[in-house]
Write a protein of this length. Structure first.
Lengths: 337, 423
């Protein structure tokens, strides 16, 4: 059996709409100017997922009536991926959700509400939706899956860690297929956090965005599907100078002739520029240039997979540039590579 | 210096390993002690902690008590280094350091002897108290959001901060996974570590969980009216809720050949791991405990053991009506009517429910039970659930079989079971 994992299908929810085509023109994504909490006179562009672009099918489902926006993004992205592969045995389907910020909207709302009204009046309806693994619990229930289910958190590069967990399950036979979902929802306190770090005024800080991407992986080679061929993970750094060296070690794990996707956003763009990747080696996909943490990482991977499905003799390295911890990357290749 | 050979480039991979998974060290911080050595005898003596919460305001809550842990002094760090640590790191660091030392992986300078060491971790709250402090400051006029304190809070409130703190202060690097599978996360993290070793992706993993008490989570459980107004009474017919606690538990898990190569002491075997997802309800388990039953049967099958081989179950036993009923039902189906030689207790009555750390702490208690032959007694249960009445552990009970089982059920439906045996 091949060691490769097949990328059977994918699903996307982004500020541009649903499906991989919604990632084609990120510069056209509608932006809302959102003020900082502490300084309402300072506003910043945010690309939200417009509720009207999400299909109506989830809103009245029991698990999603109270679900946070991130739950809705995830279930739609996951469903797109599964609907493209109707033969998948859901009883043997594992799911992994990677996120940096998680259910931040309801967490802040819950905390603010009882700070304002008193702890006695904390809302028992809101609290369960603040728990990190609530969205994935909703998905497992709604999609009727029976395999292992993990919620993984961390730096945005925890996406590469999630891919690695999926490959581990598939290798061990714990699941026949795995949905790996990267998702984020935007909560305006992120602006204040970036302000506190003095990142908001820097040229490298991109507009914030939200959404989800889901990737359906299976063991072995499947006809005409792109492959996940290699994952490099666990390259940690704690300073700018260490970041460059670390990124070089990470990308050095891959054959140098394979183009590397331009995926860095935020301060780590300076690290990416100093890393070995010359302009000529950049892949064919332009930088999405929005900050949606793990959702961005999932979109970069899905764009690469979609590209390779029409360019089967090519391969791409997709780096996942964490903002404060580690660099990871994946090598994706076309069916004929 | 020893190097973990499989970090960083993890795929393609070798075939799954049929090797035994061994535990070579552990460490913990709990409400009963600053380390594993001091926690265990107090647990066996039947001591418990329940005191007024002091680490954040609880005025207005229905319940105002819990099990705060003694924060170890961490004298091996400078005052400046300590100031940068959130409460989660103050719990996690000493526990992880104790585990490394116990496993023979700490040199005289307090540095990990491996330059690369994979981690599989669990938490639910991370550095929540720093997030809380950050947003409270933002809401205050005039805002001082750009000051040094606020930037430190932001820099250290992120969920990956404990990875950075552990790697920085124990001097190693490598891949790290943080699972946030609610109350089953600590057990899932150990299970994930075993999966990594089975798949050949790692041959040694530092695994564990940590969770500090924090206002958001405390008020959340209080809002659900899940907190016991008095003692936490697992498996008692009059149980009325859980007691929140805090702590950290870490274990060093490795392949038997890796342990042999470095001549490490083998202190226990992780014989089996099973997990399942309960889709019945976001906050309630299926009443018949069927998903937990699946997880336990999977762990037994992987271990090649039968229910009669199990001498002690460290139950999830939160003390809430729904959880304990579902668990008791699952135990009765898996272990049947012949319960001779089996004992059961929930140590949450003693140290509280430590959420993301619970599975790791309770795994350590199962290993200590195997090592000493002692069993933590069930506290505060006077009128037991009939299904488990005959097996609730009493003071002085000893282990009569070769395996111990730790089970956890989590918010959102995560269920996990870990089965341990002696070497």
């Amino acid at each position: 059996m091949s060691d490769d994992l097949s990328i059977l299908s994918w699903g996307v929810v982004s500020p541009g709409g649903t499906g991989v085509d919604s990632l084609s023109n990120p510069t056209d994504w509608p932006k809302t100017l959102v003020p900082e909490n502490a300084h309402p006179d300072r506003a910043h562009p945010v690309a939200y997922v417009a509720p009207e672009t999400l299909p109506d099918r989830w809103r009245l489902r029991p698990r999603f009536r109270r679900g946070s926006p991130i739950s809705h993004f995830m279930v739609e992205a996951a469903s797109q991926a599964l609907e493209a592969q109707p033969g998948i045995d859901r009883s043997r389907l594992g799911m992994i959700y990677a996120t940096s910020v998680g259910c931040s909207l309801y967490s802040v709302r819950f905390y603010r509400q009882f700070q304002k009204e008193g702890r006695r009046f904390a809302s028992p309806l809101l609290f369960p939706e603040t728990v990190t693994n609530s969205p994935l619990s909703h998905l497992a229930s709604e999609l009727n899956t029976g395999g292992p289910v993990y919620s993984q958190i961390g730096d945005k590069s925890c996406w590469s860690n999630a891919l690695r967990t999926a490959s581990c399950w598939l290798k061990n036979g714990d699941a026949d297929s795995v949905l790996v979902i990267g998702a984020e929802e935007f909560e305006p306190h992120e602006l204040d956090a970036f302000r506190a770090m003095r990142w908001l005024d820097r040229p490298y800080t991109r507009p914030f965005a939200e959404g989800a991407g889901a990737l359906l992986l299976a063991r072995g080679a499947h006809p005409n599907t792109p492959k996940l061929t290699q994952i490099a993970d666990g390259f940690c750094f704690h300073s700018l100078s260490a970041g460059v060296e670390t990124a070089q070690r990470c990308l050095g794990k891959f054959p140098p002739e394979i183009p590397v996707c331009d995926s860095a956003t935020g301060w780590i763009e300076t690290v990416a520029q100093k890393t070995r990747v010359p302009d000529s080696a950049f892949g064919p996909l332009p930088n999405l240039a929005h900050e949606a943490y793990c959702a961005s990482c999932s979109w970069d991977t899905i764009r690469a997979a979609a590209y390779l499905s029409t360019h089967p003799s090519e391969a791409l390295v997709v780096p996942y540039w964490g903002l404060s911890l580690q660099v990871g990357a994946a090598l994706l290749s076309g069916a004929a590579f | 210096m020893l190097l973990g050979p499989t970090q960083n480039s993890t795929f393609p991979m070798p075939p799954p390993s049929p090797e035994r998974l061994v535990i070579t060290g552990w460490g913990c911080v709990s409400a009963l002690g600053e380390d594993a050595a001091s926690t265990w005898p107090r647990l066996i003596r039947g001591e418990h902690v329940r005191e007024p919460i002091t680490c954040f305001p609880v005025e207005g809550c229905r319940v105002t008590e819990g099990a705060e842990a003694p924060i170890p002094p961490i004298n091996w760090l400078t005052p400046k280094q300590k100031r940068r640590l959130g409460r989660a790191s103050r719990l996690a660091l000493p526990a992880a350091r104790e585990a490394l030392e116990h496993a023979g992986l700490l040199n005289a300078d307090g540095r990990c002897t491996l330059s690369e060491l994979e981690m599989s971790l669990s938490t639910t709250a991370c550095s929540m108290e720093r997030i809380e402090a950050f947003v409270r400051q933002i809401w205050l006029p005039p805002a001082t959001h750009g000051n040094k304190t606020q930037s430190l809070r932001v820099a250290t409130y992120q969920s990956q901060q404990q990875i950075k703190d552990l790697q920085t202060h124990l001097h190693f690097s490598g891949s790290a996974t943080i699972l946030s599978n609610a109350c089953a996360g600590g057990a899932n993290a150990i299970g994930h570590a075993s999966d990594l070793i089975r798949s050949g992706m790692a041959d040694i993993v530092l695994t564990g969980g940590y969770d500090p008490l924090c206002e958001l989570v405390f008020c959340g459980f209080d809002s659900l009216q899940s907190l016991a107004p008095d003692l936490c009474r697992p498996f008692d017919l009059h149980r009325n809720g859980l007691m929140l606690g805090e702590g950290a538990g870490f274990l060093v898990l490795e392949s038997e050949s890796h342990a042999a190569r470095r001549d490490a002491p083998i202190r226990g075997i992780l014989a089996g791991y099973g997990h399942s997802t309960d889709t019945f309800h976001l906050t309630q388990p299926a009443a018949d405990g069927a998903p937990l039953e699946r997880a336990m049967r999977a762990a037994l099958a992987r271990a090649g053991l039968t229910p009669r081989d199990v001498g002690y179950i460290n139950a999830h036993g939160t003390g809430t009506p729904f959880n304990d009923r579902a668990e008791a039902s699952a135990f009765s189906r898996v272990f049947g009517e012949d319960l001779s030689g089996l004992k059961l207790s929930s140590t949450k009555a003693a140290i509280g429910h430590t959420l993301g750390a619970a599975g790791s702490l309770e795994a350590i208690f199962c290993l200590q039970s195997l090592q000493t032959g002692q069993i933590p007694p069930q506290l505060h249960t006077s009128e037991p659930e009939p299904l488990v009445a005959s097996i609730l552990a009493k003071p002085g009970d000893t282990l009569a079989q070769k395996a111990t089982l730790s089970v956890n059920l989590g918010f959102g439906g995560s269920n996990a079971a870990l089965l341990f045996t002696n070497p």
